[in-house]
Design a protein around this ligand. Structure first.
Ligand SMILES: NC(=O)c1ccc[n+]([C@@H]2O[C@H](COP(=O)([O-])OP(=O)(O)OC[C@H]3O[C@@H](n4cnc5c(N)ncnc54)[C@H](O)[C@@H]3O)[C@@H](O)[C@H]2O)c1
Ligand SMILES: O=C(O)C(=O)C[C@@H](O)[C@H](O)[C@H](O)COP(=O)(O)O
Ligand SMILES: [Zn+2]
Length: 354
């Protein structure tokens, strides 16, 4: 178990194999009897919704469900409106709550739903994908995309509890598992030390599954440590965006052709190449990073990185302050730094990237 303490609240991230059979009992520890909206997507619903609802009802909760299409396009204003409308239609009050049952898409959307309905009602995350278990369920970033801009509308809104059962991963498609692993490699590069050594030992997709509990615990422990020092991303939380400035831009330009983690994988390698050329990052780090990503089948290059259309996307990055981007460089494992670059410098970089 990992505890996250931020100024407005303290909550637990419970990580345990088989915990999906104790959902009702675990939620009873933090929530009194109330109405709950369980938000999920079609894939997760087919596998886990009925059992989750049965457990919640047995624990005394009055359950409403909302099943949305699977995929990034559900992080939309239309789905947010649908969720808020469902809460209103069922007369949810500020004493009630929203439960996300799913991956990062459902977690980000359900968090924003909870944060905005009646200006904020209680929220719990049941994380079912690797991305959600190692990253998105922890730390309180909620968001939807608008048009062609990633995570442009959102809040910082912490859950009351995060439940992570690594056995959910058994039903996750390989591509989705591997995508989530990119965020694990990211965190291990930022953390360095034993965590970095651990990702160095992962050689196959099956190794991700067999080491899932340890990879999740290390990722959540590292993320919690950062979030507790800088919940609102005014300082060191920016490190968690390693690879995301370019990653988010190409995720959008790929128009659904790349998963979030795949784009972040390409983004981490592209930015590290640049910082190797500028003598900020070591060549050995670039090689070790690329190897960790490539060995499980993650993409590490893309023609999209050199497209001029990138610049318009980069300008939307939340670390852009008055035209100056704050890029995350990792000098060596465990040594992240922020490097400032103007959009003009980034144009030159993109034109030169291969
Ligand atoms: N808030 C944050 O801090 C944060 C961090 C990282 C990523 N994100 C966001 O998370 C999203 C990506 O998350 P994701 O990779 O989980 O995508 P996702 O939620 O779309 O899930 C990926 C796929 O796996 C399926 N799935 C989920 N759990 C399953 C299970 N146990 N068995 C079978 N199928 C399952 C889903 O239906 C979906 O098809 C992106 O929108 C990204 O921006 C947010
Ligand atoms: O929690 C954070 O902070 C992160 O940056 C984690 C990222 O992996 C995640 O993709 C996040 O949603 C990116 O946020 P954004 O602020 O760049 O939209
Ligand atoms: Zn991410």
């Amino acid at each position: 178990m990992v505890t996250v303490s931020v100024p407005e609240k303290t909550y637990q991230v419970q990580i345990l194999k088989g915990m999906r059979h104790e959902i009702g009992k675990r939620i009873q520890q933090v929530w009194s009897t109330r109405q709950v909206l369980v938000m999920t997507d079609e894939n997760v619903a087919a596998l886990y919704l009925s059992d989750t609802v049965t457990q919640l009802q047995a624990a005394g909760y009055q359950v409403t469900t909302l099943v949305l299409p699977a995929g990034e396009h559900s992080k939309s204003l239309a789905c947010l409106e649908k969720a808020i409308a469902r809460l209103a239609e069922k007369y949810f009050t500020r004493a009630d709550g929203v439960i996300a049952l799913g991956g990062g898409v459902i977690g980000d959307l359900a968090g924003l739903t909870a944060a905005t309905y009646m200006r904020g009602i209680a929220f719990i995350q049941i994380a079912t994908s690797l991305t959600a278990q190692v990253d998105s369920s922890v730390g309180g970033k909620t968001a939807i995309n608008l048009g062609q801009t990633k995570n442009i509308m959102g809040t910082f809104y912490q859950p009351d509890l995060v439940l992570i059962d690594p056995t959910y991963l058994k039903t996750l498609a390989n591509r989705d598992l591997v995508e989530g692993y990119a965020e694990v490699v990211k965190s291990s590069a930022l953390a360095g030390g034993e965590f970095w050594q651990l990702t160095g030992r992962i050689q196959t997709v099956n190794d991700i599954l067999t080491n899932a509990s340890e990879l999740i615990t290390q990722s959540v422990t590292y993320k919690a440590k950062i979030v507790m020092q800088d919940e609102r991303e005014t300082g060191i939380r920016k490190y968690l965006n390693f690879g995301h400035t370019i990653g988010h831009a190409i995720e959008l330009l790929a128009a659904g052709g790349l998963r979030h983690g795949e784009a972040v994988s390409i983004g981490m390698v592209a930015i590290t190449k640049r910082f190797v050329a500028e003598n900020v990052s070591s060549f050995e780090f670039l090689q070790a990073l690329s190897q960790r990503l490539r060995v499980v089948g993650l993409p590490i290059t893309s023609a999209l990185v050199s497209q001029p259309a990138m610049i318009a996307q980069l300008a939307h990055d939340k670390k852009n302050l008055s035209g100056i981007l704050q890029l995350v460089a990792v000098k060596e494992p465990g040594q992240p730094v922020i490097i400032k670059k103007s959009l003009a410098e980034m144009t030159e970089f993109i034109e030169g990237a291969s």
